[in-house]
Design a protein around this ligand. Structure first.
Ligand SMILES: *C/C=C(C)/C=C/C=C(C)/C=C/C1=C(C)CCCC1(C)C
Length: 261
């Protein structure tokens, strides 16, 4: 059973609390700015709001699971056998949010219906498969098992990267102005933040068995990645939707009242 020092335990505790707050604040933000973009881009904003709502709920559960899983004994935190920390909340969260994140990106491109359906379906299916295949490795204390499932999970991950840079790349090239720059950047943000997850997943390879440092590093790593990949990404989706709305002549905010005057 794992044993953590007081500062290690509290570091993770605070990271979960912070991530929960970030998800909650992002939810309010996406709901509030949704009407500032043209109607055809509002679906993308709705998905951003759903992603952080789902993640916020799961972080609440993760937080509770963490505080219930350890008992303070003789100056340190010892994991309670009957109430061990539940990693499943994180993976269920990803299973729901990761397909939504790729669907958002496709939605904000505003392609033909046929292209949208095909891209969304293939990307969302690959994203879900990636998460499902990663889980058996995540909960295993054996590094060989972890490596096996991690490798299998990397196959759909590489497929997503491939689609992002081929088909989606072609669609991005057809966009114009500020939206094109933003879309090129969001694709890089997606690659960088999603690429961070397998790196965090590999931290346990640094030790023969899960030490307290490994446990803490993995949880902190996933918190940072989730804030960037859900909140940061959602803000970029909003910028793209807004730039495209403006370029298409949709009047937003102050310009709207100026036009009315
Ligand atoms: C909001 C949550 C997000 C964006 C989660 C993304 C998760 C990944 C990109 C996970 C990828 C993995 C691999 C490519 C191999 C090892 C196992 C995973 C599941 C960590």
């Amino acid at each position: 059973m794992s044993e953590l020092s007081v500062s290690e335990y509290e570091l993770v505790y605070n990271a979960f609390s912070f991530t929960f707050a970030a998800m909650f604040a992002s939810f309010l933000y996406f709901v509030l700015v949704r009407n500032q973009v043209a109607p055809k881009y509002r679906g993308a904003l709705t998905m951003s709001a759903l992603v952080v709502a789902i993640a916020g709920y799961h972080y609440f559960r993760i937080f509770e699971s963490w505080s219930g899983a350890f008992a303070f004994v003789d100056g340190s935190y010892v994991e309670i056998e009957s109430a061990s920390f539940n990693d499943a909340y994180r993976y269920i969260d990803w299973l729901l949010t990761v397909p939504l994140l790729v669907a958002e990106l496709v939605a904000v491109l505003a392609l033909t219906r046929k292209q949208t359906t095909s891209l969304t379906f293939r990307l969302a299916a690959a994203a879900a498969l990636m998460v499902v295949l990663g889980y058996p490795g995540e909960i295993s204390d054996d590094n060989g098992t972890r490596a096996l499932w991690g490798t299998l999970s990397t196959i759909p991950f590489l497929y997503i990267v491939y689609v992002l840079f081929t088909e989606l790349g072609a669609a991005i090239q057809k966009q114009t102005g500020e939206a094109k720059t933003l879309l090129t950047n969001i694709r890089l943000l997606l690659l960088a933040t999603w690429g961070f997850y397998p790196i965090v997943y590999m931290i346990p390879f640094l030790a023969d068995e899960p030490t307290s440092t490994v446990i803490v590093a993995v949880q902190l790593g996933y918190c940072i990645a989730d804030v960037a990949a859900k909140c940061g990404y959602g803000v970029m989706i909003y910028s793209i939707a807004r730039a495209k709305s403006e370029a298409e002549g949709y009047l937003v905010g102050s310009e709207l009242s100026a036009a009315a005057a």
